[in-house]
Design a protein around this ligand. Structure first.
Ligand code: ADP
Ligand code: MG
Length: 309
């Protein structure tokens, strides 16, 4: 199969939403943005052998790719609308592309996005997804804006499962379905993100590790903030405390990354989304500092994923 046949067969859609004026198949896509709305756009890479294991299942690759991209829109409070896919494949293996594209289209329907373009070429397995969303003018949630006295809320299922999956990947992965699911099937918190609009001062999604992403929130605030995280309130992925000692389990939960939960700074008295847990309260400080149960974070911890690694 050549490149054009592959694109036509697996990635072209005949039907697009009514706001799409030109969908994929042309030199560029055209969509209409309604009056009073603003566009939110973000791009993410997923490279096999770096961000995910070299031998990765096509469905997992699709789900992580789109889930991770849409998590950024969730963190902005945006309504997801469109995405573009730039895909590099080592060979045009029809069975792999079939399963990958099937999963991708299924999730696109579930999450309400329309594939309106992309690019396809040969090379080591990698993909870039550009997600495009919409929000009422001036309403997008940002990382800056956390204030002294705000509470830090965690929205999402639990923490540390994706990191734990990588730990057991080599031998006992099939015994840990919940961790595999956290890793290969992240759920972008789109409804929660929308619910935070108008109630949170600042929001970020946890992609690299809770502490590292929280540090971005602290650093982006207008004046320096410190916070002590309450370890007792952290929702840990199932089985984490059984398989690892407490120190290790907390390290996975607080620094592991790939959890795709949301961290939100919400003023006291304003209701947080249903199911969210309060991790602590921001206080004024000389420098941005994260503590754990009022003590410094363990010295041997690296706060999150380093992209230059
Ligand atoms: P161009 O030469 O203009 O880059 P291509 O031959 O690369 O065009 O792509 C043809 C059409 O197919 C374009 O509309 C492009 O957006 C779309 N396309 C290519 N690859 C993908 C893909 N992986 N997913 C979705 N659309 C794609
Ligand atoms: Mg092209």
């Amino acid at each position: 199969m050549n490149e054009f046949d592959l694109i036509k067969r697996y990635f072209h859609r005949d039907h697009h939403g009514p706001s799409v004026i030109v969908g994929n198949g042309d030199d560029g896509a055209v969509f209409q943005t309604p009056d009073g709305r603003q566009t939110v756009i973000s791009v993410d890479a997923l490279v096999a052998g770096r961000h995910v294991p070299s031998l990765c299942p096509p469905e997992g690759f699709a789900a992580r790719l789109l889930g991770r991209g849409l998590s950024d829109l969730a963190a902005m409070g945006a309504d997801p609308r469109y995405f573009l896919l730039s895909l590099t494949l080592p060979n045009f293996d029809a069975a792999w592309v079939d399963q990958f594209s099937e999963k991708l289209h299924q999730l696109a329907v579930q999450w309400g996005v329309d594939l309106i373009g992309g690019d396809t070429s040969k090379g080591p397995l990698a993909a870039h997804v550009t997600v495009i969303g919409e929000i009422d003018a001036g309403r997008a949630l940002g990382r800056s804006g956390a204030l002294t006295g705000d509470q830090l809320w965690l929205v999402g299922r639990d923490l540390g499962g994706a990191r734990a999956y990588l730990e057991v990947l080599e031998d006992r992965a099939d015994e840990h379905a919940a961790w595999a699911e956290r890793y290969w099937r992240p759920e972008p918190l789109l409804d929660a993100g929308r619910a935070l609009v108008g109630c949170a001062h600042a929001v970020i999604d946890i992609s690299d590790g809770l502490c590292q992403d929280l540090d971005h929130l602290l650093s982006a605030a207008a004046s320096p903030l410190r916070i002590s995280l309450d370890s007792a309130t952290l929702p840990l992925a199932p089985g984490l405390m059984d398989q690892f000692d407490e120190h290790q389990a907390l390290e996975f939960a607080l620094t592991g990354g790939d959890d795709y939960c949301l961290l939100a700074a919400i003023p006291v008295g304003v209701a947080a989304p249903h199911g969210a847990v309060c991790l602590g309260q921001f206080e004024a400080a000389d420098d941005a500092v994260i503590l754990l149960d009022d003590r410094p974070l363990p010295e041997d911890w690296v706060l999150g994923w380093d992209h230059s690694r």
